[in-house]
Design a protein around this ligand. Structure first.
Ligand SMILES: Cc1ncc(COP(=O)(O)O)c(C=O)c1O
Length: 420
């Protein structure tokens, strides 16, 4: 649960970097699996061979997916996994003779990666800005963000339906024959500060995608691999995506690893059209990366860690709420499992966003590190550059003593940054 810097200063890791280190640091089981693999076979290019860790991990991931026959494509990071998903989508529609379906609809305040396709579908103004003019500019809809967008007198269910309707409107405006897919995170991570959708939203999104023959991509790069208490985040939103992307937690930080999982119908479209999926990187399916991924999954099972995610997730959110919900600069504390966000506001009465969100996030980070705490503050995701939140995404091995230590340290941070 701790990182030590070169001065031997100790930091309690309550964010796993960016929700990466799900097993903490130096987990002996993962290290042993990784060393064993490197000692056996370090690299064999996929042009010539598959490898055992890749096959085992693909089978394990497919068996956890909610429909039989899923297939898995491995890459090295989240952007690559989403780029792979986008290319799969386009080539899938071509395999079916529907070349006109090319647009990918996404949501505002989202981040799907830094490669050109993944950044094109990201609704993150700060990261898009330097690349404006070269990115694709496909339609984007508002996210499901009840804290800010639900209106007075509206029920959560009604709000969810209204938020989902924006997708139908965007599809109709673009023309269903031109839309290939919709991409969203079931629980929005760094760009909004951990925001789960309201009940019913994703079921409606699924129904709309089915109505207009549009593929649904669930970006679970941050929120997947057990982070929210179920292996896939979408399990708690009661829908089955056509494609799921995983990264971060699946390699646990021990190796760069990502996966793009597709439903059988997508794989079948390629095989029945006789068209191979045209894509590839040198390090796809790397044996030691996949061995780490397999060790991460085995470790979850061996120590029943997803149960710990659910139990400690409840303890962590309760502790945050009982200590900070009344704070003058805390607007909302929300999340699922060990994926919890604290939204910082300038004025509790109006929930006005702090103006220089990015500047405030930097101050919080500096103070937290000063107190030996790693949390993940972010700001500036709103168009104006305002907005600020702090994310907690600790390793799944944490216990109550870490929660107590974190609360004590975060109190000091809040006093230092806000004076109270
Ligand atoms: C939801 C989501 N998708 C995609 C990415 C991109 O992943 P990577 O940085 O591994 O390329 C991130 C990274 O933060 C992410 O949070």
């Amino acid at each position: 649960m701790y990182i030590f810097d070169e001065m031997d200063k100790k930091y309690l890791d309550m964010c796993g970097g960016a929700a990466v280190s799900c097993l903490g640091h130096q987990h002996p089981d993962v290290i042993a699996a990784l060393q064993g693999q490197i000692g056996t076979m370090s690299f064999a290019h996929t042009t010539f061979f598959s490898n055992e860790p890749q096959e085992k991990l693909a089978t394990a991931l497919a068996s956890r997916f909610g429909e039989e026959g899923a297939k898995v494509y491995f890459s090295s990071g989240g952007s690559e996994a989403n780029e792979t998903a986008l290319k799969l989508v386009w080539q899938y529609w071509r395999a079916l003779g529907l070349e006109g379906k090319t647009k990918i609809i996404s949501r505002e305040h989202s981040y799907h990666g830094n490669t050109l396709g993944a950044l094109s579908v990201s609704g993150h103004p700060g990261r898009r800005k330097p690349m404006m003019g070269v990115l694709h500019d496909w339609p984007r809809i508002m996210p499901c963000y009840a804290f800010r967008d639900m209106v007075e007198g509206e029920s959560e269910v009604d709000y969810g339906l209204r938020a989902a309707k924006a997708l139908e409107d965007a599809i109709l405006k673009a023309g269903p024959d031109t839309v290939a897919a919709f991409i969203a995170e079931p629980v929005v991570g760094a760009s909004l500060g951990i925001v789960p959708a309201v009940e019913g939203y994703f079921a409606e999104i699924r129904a709309i995608c089915d109505r207009y023959d549009i593929l649904l991509i669930s970006d679970e790069i941050m929120c997947g691999t057990g982070r929210t208490g179920t292996f896939f985040a979408h399990e708690q939103d009661d829908f089955l995506p056509d494609i799921v992307t995983l990264a971060k937690g699946i390699g646990g930080g021990y190796q760069p690893l990502a996966a793009t999982i597709v439903r059988r119908k997508i794989a079948d479209a390629f095989s029945s059209s006789g068209q191979a999926f045209n894509h590839g990187h040198t390090y796809i399916g790397h044996a030691s990366a996949c061995a780490s991924g397999m060790a991460v999954l085995d470790t979850f099972d061996k120590y029943q860690l997803l149960g710990n995610v659910r139990a400690k997730g409840t303890a962590l959110i309760d502790a945050l709420r009982s200590n900070f919900a009344g704070h003058a600069n805390v607007g909302d504390i929300r999340g699922r499992g060990l994926f919890i966000g604290v939204e910082i506001v300038a004025d509790k009465a109006t929930n006005a966003m702090p103006e220089d969100g990015a500047g405030l996030a930097k101050k919080i980070l500096k103070s937290a590190m000063g107190h030996g705490l790693l949390c993940y503050p972010n700001g500036g995701s709103a168009e104006s550059g305002s907005g600020c939140h702090v994310m907690f995404a600790p390793p799944f091995i944490l216990d109550d003593s870490h929660i107590a230590e974190m609360i004590e340290k975060f109190h000091k941070v809040m006093v230092e940054v806000f004076g109270g």
